[in-house]
Design a protein around this ligand. Structure first.
Ligand code: UT7
Length: 335
């Protein structure tokens, strides 16, 4: 990963956009479905409401809307894109990829397209992949999208998980920059602990969809929350420290951190471990819950639209999730 190589272009974020479904599901709505309370959910997670897609909406539909906004923000046409990467664990189909569906729908005639699956770390993994293509001169304009419709995989009888997740899509256009802005460093990792701790075990080749797997809800989100929590409170600050170290920086030089929005207590723990005030973390978990791969780009695009970022700001993005995986990068803001 490049830190100080000004002879090669860097992958700069030149446009962002996001789309969340209109339907809001509050904690009070969930009180009517499972044995839970607004108080428990707010105190233990920070979530107050989440967005839930209509039955006839698929992941590519909200990804498309987010992509249009990001392209408009970047001031480029879809036909100028070289590559589309969609990070998702909830694609429209097992195949073809959601990225290929978007390539056609956007009219991105020149673009290659593929999906990337590393769960809640997916968008940051996608940004790191985009950086490789841009830094080596292979491509100039890459659209990276994180998009999920998790509500279709929620076990609505499991209060341990159903209160946590929501739907949404966030997108960023990366362009080749020669002015020192863009992705300065990345850190990616995985410990391979698998679906025992977090995943959707059914529906793949290990437990193909069958009446049995469907009736036992094996094709729904399963999580050992405490185990993942213990992992996350270390993984988030540790990956950020490694990205900062690779960029030759310290946390106090960052203007903002855009973390995966899984639990406000995880973000608070990272704030303490990095000695970085909570006010410098972009937090929207109260309104959207955990949107997996869409979490970081929705928070990024929303904060960008609100005018929080200034040209030259150093911003860290960080995700963690199923795999188990983690990913972070340090970006010098180009817009
Ligand atoms: O995006 C991927 C990464 N995911 C994460 O990072 C999630 C990490 N984990 C977490 O955020 C937290 O572990 C949870 C929010 C999932 C759970 O919070 P917790 O403080 O770890 O609660 P717990 O699992 O230790 O459960 C405490 C109690 C249990 O009752 P008992 O056994 O003490 O009687 C649960 O049954 O809270 C109960 N509980 C609930 N009560 C009311 C669990 N879920 C609920 C609920 N409403 N929705």
């Amino acid at each position: 990963m490049i830190t100080e190589n000004l002879n090669r272009p860097r992958a700069a974020i030149i446009g962002t956009g996001f789309c969340v479904p209109e339907r809001v599901m509050t904690n009070y709505d969930l009180e009517k479905i499972v044995d839970t309370s607004d108080r428990w959910i707010v105190e233990r997670t920070g979530i107050r409401e989440r967005r839930i897609a209509a039955d006839d909406v698929a992941t590519s539909d909200i990804a498309y809307e987010a992509a249009l906004k990001a392209l408009e923000d970047a001031g480029i046409r879809a036909a100028e894109l070289d590559l589309i990467i969609v990070a998702t664990l909830t694609p429209d189909y097992l195949t073809p990829s959601t990225a290929s569906l978007l390539q056609k729908r956007l009219g991105a005639d020149r673009a290659a397209a593929f999906d990337l699956q590393s769960a809640c770390s997916g968008f940051v993994y996608g940004a790191a992949v985009a950086a490789q293509f841009i830094e080596n001169g292979f491509y100039k304009r890459i659209l990276v999208i994180g998009a999920e419709i998790l509500s279709k995989y929620i076990n609505w009888e499991d209060r341990n998980t159903c209160v946590l997740f929501g739907d949404g899509a966030g997108a960023a256009v990366f362009g080749a920059a020669e002015d020192g802005s863009g992705i300065l460093s990345c850190d990616l990792g995985s410990d391979g602990r698998g679906p025992e701790v977090l995943g959707i075990p059914g529906g793949g080749t290990r437990y193909p969809a069958s009446e049995d797997t469907i009736s036992r809800k094996v094709n729904r989100i399963h999580m050992d929350g405490r185990d993942v929590f213990r992992f996350a409170v270390k993984a988030l600050p540790n990956t950020l420290k490694r990205s900062l170290e690779k960029a030759g920086m310290t946390a106090d030089e960052l203007a903002w951190i855009v973390p995966h929005q899984a639990n406000i207590r995880i973000i608070e723990a990272a704030s303490k471990r990095l000695a970085m005030p909570l006010e410098r973390f972009i937090v929207n978990i109260e309104r959207y819950g955990n949107i997996s791969a869409a979490s970081v780009p929705v928070a990024l695009a929303e904060a960008d639209a609100a005018g929080k970022f200034n040209k030259g700001d150093l911003i860290a993005l960080a995700g963690f999730g199923a795999g188990l995986t983690w990913a972070s990068c340090v970006v010098k803001w180009a817009k």
